[in-house]
Ligand binder design. Structure first.
Ligand SMILES: Nc1ncnc2c1ncn2[C@@H]1O[C@H](COP(=O)(O)OP(=O)(O)O)[C@@H](O)[C@H]1O
Ligand SMILES: O=C(O)[C@@H](O)C(=O)COP(=O)(O)O
Length: 411
């Protein structure tokens, strides 16, 4: 059995791939839809897209292309991975993409399961929580691209999809797989398309995975990855590569609360450079200047940090794209000069770095914190960490580097 995952952004893809690999599945991750079908030997194939906030039709088109690729590569079950904070606009793209996938697969039902308890995302009575806050009271209310103004998943889904929502509330989930199956059957008869499942802990996720083991398509955050891997992984197991200590850089483009703290912590130990949005907009030589600064840092234990992270992002409409363009140019310049380890914070920023390095696909390495593994390009040229803005402990950047080993010690 091969599992095919379509992820709507890059950090989300590594999050899902990391949990699958960490739980024994031989997993490969592709940057976009590859031209050729995937090789034998992997139990999970993750296609990483960038369709969270693009126009709806484009998102559907890319997701269906990925689905066709996964079917052609021998996958027999499918997963649509979106953010555990349900990042989407009023128009989509989570709902429209799910509708397109259901239609293509000629099925009428799936689950909506953003819950990721290990990182504080839970669903209760159909409301999504981030730790102790409702989604719309959490940092997500200020997200620059997809600010979340409601925590009720059925209202979010109904606003952006064609079908009918229903719930399986905690009272039933807690009774285990048998009761969940009965509820699924009742909802099937009632014509519900999207089953919003409450989940407060890992046990709930195991129960949901067991009750839905005949579903062709599941959707959600990466919480279901652990029970899915336990269901599907062969007994052969899977050993992740050991990341080598190489010349590196830390690039932070996320302004989320978690990254703000991680940047502040890392600056105490490593050289750092704040990327000025005004310079990004108006100085055509800026990426070169920043690259020179990075390369001039003595090869200490810790890689230099370039960060745009701030509590007060530049409100100019083109500041974000200008910062991304600078990170892209910087990545290319640094790669040319022999930098091979890139530790990146932020979903959009990660997509920019991966595109600049023109990496086709990745193998999955060891977990740094839940949802964030090391990954390595299939040609082994680059090792990367693609961290969701909101994931990781406060000392994340140092922790990631402490896990690298001298190349002489890595077989
Ligand atoms: N100082 C800043 N001013 C304006 N926009 C910024 C600033 N710093 C970063 N950004 C932009 O904010 C966006 C952050 O998105 P992303 O990298 O996906 O982080 P997250 O994972 O936290 O959402 C990027 O487009 C980035 O270029
Ligand atoms: O599910 C999650 O929370 C993450 O995997 C994810 O999708 C992260 O997105 P960004 O916050 O945009 O990095």
């Amino acid at each position: 059995m091969r599992l095919g995952v379509i992820a709507d952004d890059f950090t989300g893809a590594t999050d899902m791939a990391g949990f699958l690999a960490d739980n024994g599945m031989a997993t490969v991750m592709f940057n976009g839809v590859p031209a050729r079908q995937a090789r034998e030997g992997h139990e999970a194939i993750v296609v990483s897209l960038k369709i969270r906030s693009c126009p709806v039709e484009e998102a559907k088109h890319q997701a269906l292309e990925a689905l066709r690729f996964l079917i052609g590569s021998g996958c027999t079950r499918f997963y649509y991975k979106y953010c555990s904070t349900f990042d989407s606009t009023h128009e989509g793209n989570i709902g429209p993409v799910i509708d397109a996938l259901l239609e293509y697969l000629q099925i009428s039902q799936t689950v909506i399961c953003p819950s990721l308890p290990v990182n504080g995302r839970t669903v209760y009575q159909g409301y999504l929580f981030v730790h102790d806050q409702l989604l719309h009271e959490s940092g997500m209310k200020n997200h620059p691209v997809t600010p979340m103004a409601d925590a009720k998943l059925s209202r979010l889904m109904e606003g952006q999809s064609k079908g009918v929502c229903s719930h399986i509330f905690y009272q039933d989930i807690a009774q285990g797989p048998r009761r969940i199956r009965e509820r699924i059957e009742e909802e099937r008869r009632a014509g519900a398309n999207y089953l919003i499942v409450d989940a407060l802990n890992e046990q709930d996720l195991f129960s949901i995975a067991e009750a839905t083991n005949d579903f062709l398509l599941l959707t959600g955050g990466s919480g279901l990855a652990v029970p899915l891997a336990c269901q599907i992984a062969s007994s052969k197991g899977f050993s992740p590569f050991i990341p080598e200590r190489r010349k590196g850089v830390v690039i932070a483009g996320s302004c989320s609360v978690c990254t703000l703290q991680q940047v502040a912590e890392y600056k105490k130990y490593a050289p750092s450079f704040f990327l000025d949005s005004h310079e990004c907009l108006h100085n055509s030589q800026y990426a070169r200047e920043v690259a020179s600064w990075v390369l001039s840092q003595s090869a200490g234990e810790l890689s230099p940090l370039v960060y745009a992270t701030t509590e007060q992002p530049d409100k100019a409409g083109n500041a974000g794209p200008a910062i991304e363009a600078t990170f892209s140019a910087l990545t290319k310049l640094l790669a040319k000069q022999g930098i091979q380890n890139f530790i990146v914070a932020g979903g959009e920023t990660s997509a920019v770095v991966v595109a600049a390095l023109a990496v086709e696909g990745f193998e999955i390495g060891p977990k740094i914190d839940p949802g964030v593994p090391w990954v390595r390009s299939l040609d082994k040229a680059f090792q990367l960490v693609l961290k969701s803005g909101n994931f990781g402990e406060v000392d994340f950047f140092r922790k990631a580097q402490k896990m690298t080993a001298s190349p002489d010690l890595v077989l």
